[in-house]
Design a binder for this molecule. Structure first.
Ligand SMILES: Nc1ncnc2c1ncn2[C@@H]1O[C@H](COP(=O)(O)OP(=O)(O)OP(=O)(O)O)[C@@H](O)[C@H]1O
Ligand SMILES: [Mg+2]
Length: 300
């Protein structure tokens, strides 16, 4: 990736609004990416974030999405966890509940030809979904948030209108969206199917330092491999010491480790206060900036 986009968020902010038309051309030339009319970079990059319960998937997803947006790059964050809480990390007002896609009954009925809650029967298996991300996402500071929701009966594998819409939407997001898509998955990665796995640029398995982190990573790696995801990397989170780093390196010599994100008081405090951590996203620690850059580099 060329200098024009190998920007930590800080540098991106400095250049915002000052680029000339020639600069835009240079951006496009050096990195094979495009800019929108407003100057946002369009980078096609699909990142799934997994890991066992409570390791920091949602925290990491929101910080990465915000850091990517701060580098003037178009990004959509997908909350694919049935217990959706990505909005909080993005600083999106939760006082008005966000309706997940799985509960947009009228839309689902219109697109599939069948009423949600019904099983079997005839309905289209390839409904139109390409307008959903823009119509039903909520934007804050350049990050769009789309909440997928969950299929209440029969599970995500069921042949029912809601599952069909979610599957078609996931396929669209991964295969067709020309932007960065960052997905906060539940512990498993079952929302991603075989059809999409080849287009996932990275499955990030978040782990916390500990004897069991390898077991957790192996479980998710297997799930990812089973559906054909090639690039499965580990991101260590809540690292407190050099011993923690050594422990992770020793227990996972065969994994690519994307980075070591420290335990941060800022995150603990904001969690307690119900605010988003690093309100000014340019103040995130260097480790997170480095991870953001490594991910953007994957799109080359
Ligand atoms: N680097 C960090 N430093 C301090 N606290 C952190 C850090 N990362 C995450 N946390 C805290 O750990 C807790 C779990 O984080 P988070 O909700 O992001 O995990 P999760 O993997 O998404 O959980 P779940 O599986 O329930 O969805 C939260 O209280 C969060 O504030
Ligand atoms: Mg979560």
């Amino acid at each position: 990736m060329g200098n024009f986009v190998s920007i930590a968020p800080l540098r991106a902010v400095q250049t915002r609004g000052t680029r000339t038309g020639t600069d835009y051309l240079k951006v496009a030339f050096f990195c094979n990416h495009f800019t929108t009319i407003t100057g946002s970079l369009i980078v096609s990059l699909k990142i799934a974030v997994g890991g066992k319960g409570g390791v920091g998937k949602t925290t990491i997803t929101s910080l990465l999405a915000r850091a990517i947006a701060a580098s003037d790059t178009k990004v959509i964050a997908i909350d694919a966890d049935p217990v959706a809480n990505l909005a909080a990390g993005l600083g999106i007002d939760e006082s008005k509940p966000i309706t997940p896609v799985s509960e947009l009954s009228d839309l689902i009925a219109e697109r599939t030809g069948a009423t949600p809650g019904t099983m079997g029967g005839f309905f289209t298996l390839n409904p139109k979904v390409d307008d959903i991300p823009d119509r039903f996402s909520i934007e804050k500071d350049g990050v769009k948030l789309l909440v997928m929701g969950t299929v209440k009966h029969g599970g995500s594998g069921c042949i029912c209108p809601e599952a069909t819409i979610l599957k078609a939407l996931m396929n669209h997001l991964v295969l067709a969206r020309n932007e960065v898509v960052v997905m906060d998955m539940e512990a498993g990665v079952e929302h991603l199917g075989r059809a999409t796995s080849g287009s996932v640029d990275a499955l990030i398995v978040v782990v916390n330092p500990g004897k069991r982190s390898r077991v957790a990573a192996d479980t998710i790696k297997k799930l990812g491999q089973d559906i054909g995801i090639k690039n499965i990397v580990v991101l260590a989170n809540r690292v407190r010491s050099d011993e923690d780093i050594a422990l992770i390196k020793e227990s996972m010599p065969d994994y690519e480790i994307l980075g070591f994100i420290p335990e941060m008081d800022e995150i603990v405090t904001s969690d307690r206060d119900g605010t988003r951590p690093f309100d000014d996203i340019t103040t995130i620690p260097d480790e997170l900036k480095a991870v953001t850059q490594k991910l953007l580099d994957l799109s080359d």
